[in-house]
Design a protein around this ligand. Structure first.
Ligand SMILES: NC(=O)c1ccc[n+]([C@@H]2O[C@H](COP(=O)([O-])OP(=O)(O)OC[C@H]3O[C@@H](n4cnc5c(N)ncnc54)[C@H](O)[C@@H]3O)[C@@H](O)[C@H]2O)c1
Length: 245
């Protein structure tokens, strides 16, 4: 029970990775709250409505959690809002779309992180995990997308790369308050993508398979726990070796 009674917020906890994060946190004894735009607030189900792209919604969700639990021990920034044209070919991306995605994904992470850090600083304890990506660390290998309709979005690389270094800024600033801030960067997660893509991905990645949500979740729980009490400002890449070659 590594995380017994720790109050941990997971944004986007209804999604592919978020569900696995919540399950793993609960297995380790945490009160893992799903902050998602697709749920209604119901503490008996550990669900809190939160639209991370709306500042007022973030503040309301945090206030309701503090009213109920009087503390926040951990935050996992995982939600994944994006525009309808996400994945458009590079030369067709409009400036408005680029700006909106940076706002939805990166700026929203700033707002919720700032609000939670104020609380953690007062408690002199806390751990934040930002979910980044291998594409915040290395460039894309476009050969794996050949013969598929998938276009890895350029904004994703900019946003995740920014998130990795924002994490280091926060780690440096809040270390003296006993608040740790780290990233977990997953590799590609299997989600019934086209067969051509999956086999190209498997051919390249050293472990010869795509990741699964339960490959990533234990790394998140570890960084939130006291086992990681001297780890801050790091990017734990969980990618079957993708970025090792
Ligand atoms: N799936 C992958 O292969 C992969 C790989 C590397 C990194 N990641 C990262 O992992 C994170 C989760 O990805 P996923 O694949 O589970 O995504 P997903 O689309 O399955 O889930 C995203 C979740 O975010 C929620 N959400 C969307 N907009 C929101 C908003 N405005 N406010 C609150 N919640 C909102 C959705 O309701 C959903 O539950 C993302 O940050 C993504 O970049 C994913």
């Amino acid at each position: 029970m590594l995380l017994k009674d720790k109050v941990i917020l997971v944004t986007g906890g209804s999604g592919l990775l978020g569900k696995a994060f919540i399950n793993n946190l609960k297995e380790k004894g945490a009160i893992a709250l799903n902050l998602d735009v697709n749920v209604k607030t119901d503490f008996s189900q550990d669900e809190v409505f939160c639209n991370i792209t709306n500042d007022a919604s973030i503040y309301k969700a945090i206030d309701s959690i503090l009213d109920k639990y009087h503390k926040i021990d951990g935050l996992v920034n995982n939600a994944y809002p994006r525009t309808k044209d996400w994945g458009a070919p590079f030369e067709q991306i409009t400036t408005a779309s680029w700006r909106e995605n940076v706002d939805l994904q990166l700026n929203s992470y700033f707002v919720i992180t700032q609000a939670v850090l104020k609380e953690m600083r007062q408690n002199k304890a806390g751990s934040i995990v930002n979910i980044a990506s291998i594409y915040g660390v290395v460039g894309n290998d476009f050969t794996i997308y050949e013969d598929t309709a998938i276009n890895p979005p350029a904004a994703y690389s900019a946003i995740k790369g920014g998130l990795v270094n924002f994490t280091r800024y926060l780690a440096s600033l809040y270390g003296k308050h006993n608040v740790r801030v780290n990233c977990v960067s997953p590799g590609g997660i299997f989600d019934r993508q086209p067969e051509t893509f999956v086999s190209a991905y498997e051919k390249k990645v050293p472990m010869k398979r795509m990741g699964n949500p339960d490959d990533i979740a234990p790394a998140v729980s570890f960084l939130l726990s006291e086992e990681a009490k001297y780890i801050t400002g790091q990017n734990l890449v969980v990618d079957g070796g993708w970025t090792a070659i």
